[in-house]
Design a protein around this ligand. Structure first.
Ligand code: ZN
Length: 161
């Protein structure tokens, strides 16, 4: 069965940056399952998988525009330290949920000064060219419920309770 719209695709993958550092990998756990054509994964990877089948292996290079976008320096902001009331040990690398116009997003603390904390709301992979090694584990038809929800149920997908 070939990968096309409305197929559920399970993949094993390794993601590296341009320096060859492994950023993420599915090895040792369930393959990642996604609904093809539903925007569950980044466009550059979804497009490269179109038409492939179970057992295929491929290397995919994804530019930022087809991945997590370019970095936006306007998303780096200085906020008063008083906004972090109750947190004693503020340090670079800490992550917080912040409310913004587009809903909740994750921000990372990049610098801590006496009165001001610098936070970065860019996706951690924004601006990076991504290098994927992918092996397709399974391709199957989506159920009508999965199509309705726009995501995969069961192993590697969403679990509803
Ligand atoms: Zn669902």
């Amino acid at each position: 069965m070939k990968i096309a719209e409305d197929k559920v695709v399970s993949i094993h993958y390794t993601l590296k940056d341009s320096a060859g550092t492994v950023l993420d990998a599915s090895a040792g756990s369930e393959p990642l399952a996604y609904l093809h054509g539903a925007g569950n994964i980044i466009p550059g990877l979804e497009n490269a998988l179109e038409g492939k089948k179970s057992g295929d292996k491929l290397s995919v290079t994804v530019e930022p525009s087809q991945g997590y976008g370019e970095r936006d320096e306007r998303l780096v902001q200085a906020v008063p330290r008083s906004a972090f009331k109750g947190i004693d040990q503020l340090a670079p690398g800490m992550q917080f949920q912040a409310q913004g116009p587009q809903g909740t997003r994750l921000v990372v603390v990049t610098h801590v000064a006496t009165d001001v904390v610098t936070v970065d709301a860019n996706h951690p992979l924004a601006g990076q060219t991504l290098h994927f090694e992918v092996e397709i584990a399974e391709v199957r038809d989506a159920t009508s419920e999965e199509l309705e929800h726009g995501h995969v149920h069961g192993p590697g997908g969403h679990h509803h309770h």
